[in-house]
Design a protein around this ligand. Structure first.
Ligand code: LUZ
Ligand code: MOS
Length: 762
């Protein structure tokens, strides 16, 4: 089945926040952000702005009617800065005017006098000064301290990854419309309608039942709208609450890039030990997470960093410690992988370092140490592993040995162009790490004309979750998909939603929908049995008809639901799903954190132009553990997108803050994301289809985040190509591997091209 949005998307008819028709009298907001990263506010001058044409009101901290606080996990983030500013772009004032232009013109007239304080942008420096968001956490298994003695080889080093701009096509924004009796209706481009509802209530002082948040769809989220859609919605809600007028704020791209947090940069130390057969014996890692100026989701992200610190490998002795370090950058936030990619990069670096020193291929080490069913993760859960299956299938299907030979041959014949290969196994845990968030609800109405309406807490952001939910209802009722409509996500229809995140949205909301539909189906079967005068157990619904003992009756779906309604049988249902089996004990740092894991292996081949440092990605070939995919078209799309986004993080996307904490890569002219030309020339995706039992919806494993980490393979493939050119190259583990860094690495430890080579190429 195609993505149900494909028609409206390709015709430009899908409704995003900016497509909502505006009510007459709608006002427009724009935020004034702090021009400096850290300091005490001496004075704020809004008087010119207030006099500007069209300006209705300029809101500052003192205008907040509720609590001036939007911090989720920790209440450490004011909606509007009051006494001090903690990052460049931190909202200080909110101008509301009759037009968008008027609001932005007024923002430009606001001035602020700030007594500057020292600016920290480096997480290790923050840690050294004791600037931690939460106390550090350590996961351990076995005993590393004694295990080092049993190691034949030990390698140590540092690995660093930079942040990443979400670059959702639709920027952040909200539109809030006052309703009667003090209520508010909030439209927001958010992954977390309930988070927006909570933040809007907090700053206005309204109870949750007076604030409805509704979302049709997002033009992308990637984690950037899990927590950080709250600010804009809360600002508009506050203004709409005070002015009793509709208020809209839709951020410009540069505002969005400057004011919102990104993927967390990490700086990490690793130490890895092997026995003489290259089995991993011990691993110690310390992660310094650059959290930015407020907690946001950083503690949860730090937790997932620890949960994924051994990626797809089994290591009997592990000690991993993580620090969430407070710096003066916009609060960094959720981004596809949620801290997992960062620690996976570190262990892959440790393996590459070992392989470099021992003069072998990383794949030899990787393959030997893949986690097997029954092996224990450092957090105590036992693996149900498909790691070796994916690896072996990838090796065979894509003929990795002959790729390897081909590259050797190519590299021996070419002086300027060098190819590199890397394999990247991925193991990603599915569930929110916060156990309480693993719940969802679904409201299903069957109308007496036979059509079906489904509401859940799931937010469609291009990932195709609505299509999957629609499939669930159509499959359970055995009716044509056209009969089903998946409604907008509304906090009035579905309360207390978890954000659409953690790759778990289709699982959680799909399972709730399955439960609701199944209950209605049971009641319909009873009605059918009465109508046909047969035993209920003989009844089945198939292809829009009631079957008795596998024989089609003339009672069809439409007649059946209409009969049920006339008999006053309820054909609506609201169901609650909570993921079973999961728990986590934070005191012991042990538990069954995940409902299941998704596995996969990517084979990446790149070609580096060793004169210029530029490169192309020839191919990324993947074997991915889908379970039993319920929608291969959507799942393949997710994997393709994930791979390209992961490659962007690892190769070209370079976020640059200067020492003053100002974002220098603040537009698409200075921040490069992969376009169609930098995407791999070939992406192959093969299914590791298995019908083994798992807790996914219809055994169709989650697919949102895991493929992102295939992109890490590109970094190591580039590294291998550079080494093919210059075996002595000094290549620090410092992503992204931009063309500039590639060029520096190629000519590090100088190995200038011989004259002969130059002549040949010319
Ligand atoms: N969001 C969240 C996530 O709140 N908790 C998680 O565990 C998570 N994991 C991945 C992505 N987003
Ligand atoms: Mo996410 S990083 O699943 O919001």
């Amino acid at each position: 089945m195609k993505n149900i949005d494909s028609k409206t998307h390709t015709r430009g008819k899908s409704i995003y926040l900016d497509d909502i028709p505006l009510l007459q009298g709608t006002l427009f907001g724009a935020a004034f952000g702090s021009p400096i990263a850290h300091g005490i506010i001496r004075s704020l001058n809004i008087s010119v702005a207030e006099q500007m044409p069209g300006v209705i009101k300029v809101f500052t901290a003192k205008d907040v009617t509720g609590e001036n606080q939007i911090g989720g996990i920790i209440p450490d983030e004011p909606l509007l800065a009051e006494h001090e500013v903690d990052f460049c772009g931190m909202p200080v004032a909110f101008v509301v005017a009759q037009s968008d232009d008027a609001a932005r013109a007024a923002v430009k007239t606001i001035t602020i006098d700030i007594e500057p304080l020292p600016v920290i942008t480096d997480p290790r420096e923050a840690k050294a000064r004791g600037e931690l968001i939460v106390p550090p956490r350590t996961f351990s298994l076995g005993n590393v301290d004694t295990a080092w003695q049993a190691c034949e080889y030990i390698f140590e080093g540092i690995a660093e990854t930079n942040g990443q701009e979400h670059l959702y096509i639709e920027t952040q924004g909200a539109y809030v419309i006052p309703q009667e009796n003090g209520a508010l209706k909030v439209y927001s481009s958010t992954q977390g309608p309930t988070a927006v509802q909570r933040a809007s209530c907090r700053v206005t002082g309204l109870p949750m039942h007076l604030v409805e948040v509704e979302v049709t769809r997002l033009g992308g989220g990637f984690g950037g709208k899990e927590d950080q859609a709250n600010t804009w919605a809360a600002l508009c809600a506050l203004a709409a609450h005070r002015l009793r007028k509709p208020v809209k704020y839709s951020l410009h791209r540069m505002e969005d890039m400057a004011m919102t947090g990104k993927r967390h940069p990490y700086s990490s130390d690793y130490k890895i030990g092997f026995d003489k057969d290259l089995k991993m014996v011990a691993y110690e890692a310390t992660f310094y997470q650059n959290a930015g100026a407020a907690a946001d989701l950083s503690p949860a992200i730090m937790e997932r960093t620890l949960l994924h610190c051994t990626n797809s490998y089994f290591i009997p002795n592990v000690k991993a410690t993580a620090y969430s370090c407070r710096t003066h950058l916009p609060p960094n936030t959720a981004f596809r992988g949620f801290g997992g990619p960062q620690s996976m990069f570190v262990i892959e670096s440790a393996i590459a370092k070992a392989a470099d020193t021992l003069g072998i291929d990383s794949a030899v080490i990787q393959k030997k140490n893949l986690i097997k069913t029954g092996d224990e993760f450092p957090f105590g859960q036992k693996a149900v592993s498909e790691a070796a299956e994916c690896w072996k299938k990838a090796e065979q299907l894509y003929e990795v040995n002959s790729i390897r030979e081909g590259i050797k041959d190519f590299n021996s014949k070419n002086q300027i162009y060098k190819k590199g290969l890397a394999l990247m196994p991925v193991c990603f845990g599915i569930s929110f790490t916060n156990t309480a968030m693993n719940q969802a609800r679904s409201l299903v109405h069957v109308y007496f004309d036979g059509s079906v309406s489904v509401s859940t807490g799931a937010v469609e952001m291009g990932q195709g979750v609505n299509t999957k939910i629609l499939q669930v209802a159509a499959i359970v009722f055995s009716i044509h998909p056209d009969r089903v409509k998946v409604q907008t996500t509304s906090t009035s229809r579905i309360a207390n939603t978890s954000p659409s995140a953690a790759s778990a949205t289709a699982d959680l909301n799909g399972k709730a929908t399955y439960l609701a539909c199944t209950r209605i189906l049971e009641r319909l079967k009873k009605v059918a049995a009465e109508e046909l005068g047969v035993d209920e157990n003989l009844i089945e619904l198939k292809d829009e008809y009631v079957f008795v003992n596998n024989v089609q009756s003339d009672l069809d779906w439409k007649k059946l639901v209409n009969t049920a309604h006339l008999k006053r049988v309820g054909i609506s249902e609201h169901a609650n799903y909570a993921t079973p089996e999961i728990y986590f004990d934070k005191a012991k740092e042990k538990g069954h954190a995940f409902s299941y894991h998704v596995y996969g292996t990517a084979v990446t081949v790149v070609t580096v132009d060793c004169l210029r440092g530029i490169y192309e990605i020839d191919a990324v070939k993947v074997v991915h553990d889908f379970g039993t995919s319920m929608n291969p078209a959507i799942d393949i799309g997710q994997i393709e997108g994930g791979i390209v986004q992961g490659i962007g993080w690892m190769t070209m996307e370079e976020i640059i803050y200067d020492k003053e904490g100002k974002l220098r890569s603040n537009a698409l002219s200075t921040y490069k994301v992969p376009d169609i030309y930098s995407a791999p020339k070939e992406i192959s995706i093969d299914f590791l289809q298995s019908d083994k039992d798992n807790l996914a919806i219809f055994r169709s494993k989650a697919v949102g985040e895991p493929p992102f980490m295939y992109g890490i393979g590109t970094y190591f493939a580039l590294r291998n190509a550079i080494k093919a050119f210059n075996p002595l190259a000094h290549i620090p583990f410092n992503a992204p591997m931009t063309p500039e860094k590639t060029l520096l690495a190629l000519y590090s430890n100088p190995q200038p091209l011989s004259k002969e080579i130059k002549r040949k190429d010319e």
